[in-house]
Design a protein around this ligand. Sequence first.
Ligand SMILES: *Cc1c(COP(=O)(O)O)cnc(C)c1O
Length: 342
Amino acid sequence: MKEIDLRSDTVTRPTKEMLQAIMTAEVGDDVYKEDPTVNELERKLADMFGKDEALFFPTGSMTNQAAIKLHTQPGEQLICDKWAHVYNYEGGGVSFNSGVSCKLVDGDRGMITAEQVEESINPPDFYHSPLTTLVCLENTTNKGGGACYDLEEMKRIREVCNKHELGLHLDGARLFNALVKKGESPKDYGKIFDTISVCLSKGLGTPMGSVLIGDSRIMKNAIRIRKVLGGGMRQVGFMAAAGVYALDHHVERLAKDHERATEIAEVLEEQNYVGKVEPVETNIVIFYLQNESMEDEFMKHLADSNIRISNMGQGKLRIVTHLDYTEEMHQRFLETLRKIII
Ligand SMILES: *Cc1c(COP(=O)(O)O)cnc(C)c1O
């Protein structure tokens, strides 16, 4: 029985066609900016978002960390939701790499409002508190279960940032999921944010890679910071080729992942052993069992059917649909959920 791995959309393997694109890529030394395929990927994303420049990084954590470093000086403070990836899942990099602290906002499923941002800004002339210089948003939210921001709210946050001269960074690890779901254009985001990071190895299915996008004014130091963080890579056009292929072929299909996630949530809702199921907007389903003590038995039933999902602690279970989750697996998974008795 083939394994069904729903822990994350990072577990995908390159498709045959993507491997072909990797194998035939033209490459050079990207530290000298001489890799034509990396240059192509960076140009493609900068143009897509209506920004001047883009820079290829090995991981999404590194793009976020570089962005935070570009926007801040040690001792300053950034504003983010309490569930933000930059705060929770980047190993404390905000303080380690940039010497910056986080003002955490109690948002809704990982999303914060313009009002909350404005309330969180320390008065700049009150020299006792850290100087607020940056706001980081996440779209879609990871810990918030793939929730998507309202574009108008992000515009209002932009206005608050303009008024108080704050930078605005988007952690867009799963931004393409939001774009497909909401039918939004990348250029809308280019207009709102100073910097945007996107991941190619989540829903888009490449083996690695993330890109930081922004205007020259802020990006001019990005290559130096990438070097400092150890992210300068050589013939990495092989991986950029996977990225170019994914942008051309794997974006529209994200709608399928969203549809399947919604169907999974519907089946979960019908089961006696399931408690709350969080609203599903994209490819992430977060749910709780009736009782936390049922977890071991539930996970064992799944393991017996060779199915893996994530346990996020505090009773939170997570399912993420992706490119390698086929219709056949989907039907088998739904059937398994219906058959479990606890
Ligand atoms: C996955 C993810 C990242 C980046 O993670 P890496 O594993 O470092 O590539 C950043 N932000 C969010 C919201 C994510 O889900």
